[in-house]
Design a protein around this ligand. Structure first.
Ligand code: FUB
Length: 308
């Protein structure tokens, strides 16, 4: 009954249930969606999956060469602002790798900082770089070097109420460090985030705050397919305590899931991905959205994705 009442309130007060329009990006593949509210719009910074050809990194795997940004005022109509960064523009990155994985973007003092992982030239693994712009849709100018001491994927940035910025990323474990006010260098030594599952944390940490509680949310894989889970804590660096599941394993078998959570016009939303436009190849993914709700004790209600 409560769920029906909430849906009625949503409809009456004009917050559309957008699940019927999934997937929301249909002019290309899109994955790993980081959504941000800048001004009165949502900006969406996803990875841009392509169907790779021979000579383009690992075509049978995740294959990406650039990033687009999309914006919307109503969660239904999305504008593609085009390419904001291509791997060939990043001096330190190996532009034969086609591995521009999950990004994030954050705003501080009128500038926009776009964080992205890429394999560095002449070395194994991934580094994380930053590109800077004067508006949310670029042009983004990459820094000449990657962030020192950050080795891993899926950067996520959170700025706390006191202005301190934190960088989270995945290096097999989830890592956190403070950022300097210039947003492009670490201000503290990277540390492993404790009290999380010992196995199956590979990627995609995303931190947000609500009512003084810090939510560390992430995909967790126990049996091949990722499930979105979360932990709650009293500060951006924890200590965190596991709190539950946000979304179960994909019913259509897409083995990755990667998400972000935002509040837009007083409603919370979960952005995530599946392989709607590529049912036979789950490395070509598409961004989806569903509404997200909290219980009175601050825990998150499980989101059931709407599938055909
Ligand atoms: O998109 C490539 C990788 O797949 C991301 O970095 C992970 O989070 C997973 O979604």
């Amino acid at each position: 009954k409560l769920a029906i009442l909430i849906q009625l309130v949503i409809i009456l007060f004009g917050f559309a249930d957008i699940s019927a329009q999934n997937p929301i990006i249909r002019n290309q593949f899109s994955a790993d969606p980081t959504a941000r509210v800048f001004g009165d719009k949502i900006y969406l910074y996803p990875s841009h999956d392509i169907l790779g050809k021979e000579g383009q990194g690992r075509p049978e795997w995740f294959c990406m060469e650039d990033y687009h940004v999309f914006s919307s005022s109503n969660l239904t109509d999305w504008t593609d602002h085009g390419v904001i960064l291509n791997q060939t523009k990043v001096k330190w990155a190996d532009s034969t790798a086609f591995s521009m994985w999950a990004p994030d973007c954050i705003s501080k003092n009128g500038k926009y900082y776009f964080y992205f992982p890429a394999p560095p030239k002449g070395a194994k693994g991934f580094s994380v770089g930053v590109a800077v712009a004067n508006n949310p849709f670029g042009p983004f100018i990459p820094q000449p070097k990657q962030i020192d001491k950050v080795s891993g994927i899926d950067p996520n940035v959170f700025i706390d109420k006191d202005g301190q910025a934190y960088l989270y990323w995945s290096a097999g474990n989830f890592m956190v460090a403070k950022l300097k006010s210039n947003m492009v260098e670490l201000a503290s030594e990277p540390q492993i985030i404790a009290n999380l599952p010992e196995k199956g944390l590979k990627e995609g940490p995303f931190l947000f705050e609500r009512k003084g509680v810090y939510y560390l949310t992430f995909p967790h894989v126990e049996n091949k397919i990722e499930r979105l889970e979360y932990a709650m804590g009293p500060s951006p660096m924890g200590p965190f305590k596991m709190a539950g599941v946000i979304m179960d394993e994909s019913p259509v078998g897409c083995w990755t899931n990667h998400h972000s959570i935002i509040n837009f016009k007083k409603q919370w939303y979960l952005f995530y991905h599946s392989n709607d436009l590529s049912p036979k190849f789950d490395k070509n993914r598409s961004v989806r959205i569903d509404s997200l709700f909290f219980n009175a004790d601050g825990t998150i209600r499980k989101v059931t994705p709407t599938f055909r």
